[in-house]
Design a protein around this ligand. Structure first.
Ligand code: DX5
Ligand code: ZN
Length: 223
């Protein structure tokens, strides 16, 4: 991993030409963010296991699956088998987060935990301990839709988590998701987010690869 990585969110891609869009970013990116929504935890439906399985067949990108579903415990195995590399669930959606992390890791995958912007920041403090989890996903919009504006309070939240992760010696990747674009990426990266999810600012553009390259250059990654 370079100092910063983008994880372009497929949600904003053209699903009729999905591999064309994935291939467009492949020369620049290492990660691909896959948003799974169930119409319960969030008021929207998106992709699931079959789409991820198909993308896995055709791409070597690191598949960063973001589960926005109320019952993540029922879907860990299918999303692991589909070929996800990271499986991230929401802290709001389970009573057994540590058990879920263990199950994800036992399947040979990296485990992530995500937090809704309306949930108190402290809710994921236990996961900032060294070794507790592999990825922390800070939602900087209310989950459910692409193209929303970055919530400014997210910056302080990222900085707080960055400080605590560093103090604890945790190597978990700090990621941010929502409203990341040419105007906000420096702020989120400056606060300490290392994996920047961007949907509309990459796949919503005419040339997703070029858009990804431009975002990288703004945070000092050059090609
Ligand atoms: C929203 C999803 C995001 C979304 C981000 O609930 O989790 O990953 O695709 O889209 P942008 O970057 O357009 O805010
Ligand atoms: Zn997401």
């Amino acid at each position: 991993m370079r100092e910063y990585e983008l994880s372009p969110s497929l949600l904003s891609a053209d699903f009729g030409y999905v591999m064309r869009d994935v291939e467009s970013i492949t020369p620049y990116c290492k990660f691909l963010h896959l948003d799974v929504m169930d119409g319960h935890y969030v008021p929207n439906l998106t992709i699931g296991v079959p789409v991820i399985k198909s993308i896995r067949k055709h791409s070597d990108l690191i598949l960063d699956t973001h589960l926005m579903i109320t019952n993540p415990e029922e879907f860990i195995e299918p999303f692991a088998e589909a070929g996800s590399d990271y499986i991230t669930f929401h802290v709001e959606c389970t009573n057994e987060p540590f058990e879920l992390i263990k199950r994800i890791r036992d399947l040979g995958k990296k485990a992530g935990i995500s937090i809704h912007p309306d949930t108190p920041a402290e809710a994921i403090y236990p996961f900032l301990e060294k070794g507790a989890v592999d990825l922390i996903l800070v939602m900087s919009v209310r989950p459910g839709f692409g193209g929303q504006s970055y919530i400014p309070e997210s910056t302080a939240r990222i900085a707080d988590y960055r400080k605590r992760l560093d103090e604890n010696g945790s190597e978990a990747i700090l990621s941010v998701d929502g409203g990341i674009n040419v105007k906000t990426i420096k702020e989120a990266a400056g606060a300490g987010a290392k994996l920047l999810v961007a949907g509309s600012a990459v796949f919503g553009k005419e040339n997703p690869g070029l858009a990804a390259k431009e975002l990288y250059e703004l945070i000092g990654v050059t090609f």
